[in-house]
Design a protein around this ligand. Structure first.
Ligand SMILES: C[S@@+](CC[C@H](N)C(=O)[O-])C[C@H]1O[C@@H](n2cnc3c(N)ncnc32)[C@H](O)[C@@H]1O
Length: 271
């Protein structure tokens, strides 16, 4: 009996955010040695750069269309990659940032390929989140850090912890509910402000952040208040970061339990 996996394979790689400087040697090697490369990246310049690494680079960008349901776009991307995997090709999907961060298609493509018996895996990349920690000087371990998709935060009741950082992705398309719109407006952003105002004072600082996609550009770091947030000019590459607004609240009950355990351990060590 043949126990070998079928010939086709899939790897989804991330090439980071800043053109040319974030790609890992492993990601580059997967691109160069694939039979077919699919690419979904932040701008045309990045796509041209990937094209220089392989003679058969196919853009997934044309699947995006205003008004087309986002899920339909993503499924078409998955289908495009899987068609070549099923044809026995070594397929490399190239995504900007980290291919598994706020990115449905790479996860789904890998899951589907594996379910059909093909070899498939993901190589991490430097995401916008990584750049944000570096540019804003945030250590997520200090106060904790919550990440949400901006629209999801409005459509669902989530429990925010204002003593930690809050990072809102896709702030530039706030209000999009899967219709693949490419912008937002002050009315949608005001709804988001009203939701956030349940946990944050209106005068609290918020930061519009955009990591540099070209090495010659500085990052965008624009500070304003929550109340004024709807007046920010935002695009699809912006992320909103909200610093902690309250101190961390000590938990006396759990502290007492831990102290009791410390005593038991100290006694055991002493005997
Ligand atoms: C579909 S997600 C893709 C994220 C990507 N996979 C990553 O790892 O960064 C798009 C969102 O990522 C964030 N993003 C993308 N490029 C960015 C940049 N240059 N600076 C800051 N955030 C960015 C924004 O919140 C944007 O709406």
């Amino acid at each position: 009996m043949n126990t070998q996996p079928p010939a086709g394979s899939l790897v989804c790689v991330g090439i980071g955010i800043t053109l040319g400087s974030h790609i890992s040697p492993l990601a580059r090697s997967h691109i160069e040695t694939a039979d077919v490369v699919f690419v979904a990246v932040s701008d045309g310049l990045v796509e041209l750069w990937v094209q220089r690494m392989h003679p058969d680079v196919r853009s997934l960008q044309p699947f995006y269309q205003t008004g087309k349901p986002r899920m339909q776009t993503y499924r078409q991307m998955v289908d495009a990659m899987l068609t070549e995997v099923r044809a026995g090709k070594r397929v490399c999907g190239v995504f900007y940032g980290h291919p598994g961060v706020f990115a449905w298609a790479p996860h789904k493509a890998i899951e589907t390929a594996r379910a059909e018996g093909y070899r498939a895996h993901m190589e991490p990349g430097i995401s916008a989140e990584d750049c944000l920690y570096a540019d804003l000087g945030i250590d997520p371990g200090t106060r904790g850090c919550q990440h949400f998709e901006a629209s999801q935060l409005m459509y669902y009741r989530r429990r925010l912890d204002p003593s930690a950082w809050l990072v809102l992705w896709q702030i530039g398309i706030t209000g999009d509910h899967g219709q693949n719109r490419f912008s937002t407006n002050t009315a949608y952003l005001q709804v988001l402000v009203d939701v956030l105002a349940r946990d944050y004072p209106l005068e609290h600082e918020v930061i519009a952040y955009r990591a540099a996609t070209l090495p010659i550009h500085p990052p965008r770091i624009e500070r304003t208040t929550l109340a004024r947030m709807p007046h920010l000019t935002l695009d699809a590459a912006d992320t909103l970061a909200i610093p902690p607004a309250t101190p961390m609240e000590p938990d006396p009950v759990t502290r007492a339990r831990l102290a009791a355990l410390d005593m038991v351990r100290a006694d055991a060590v002493g005997t």
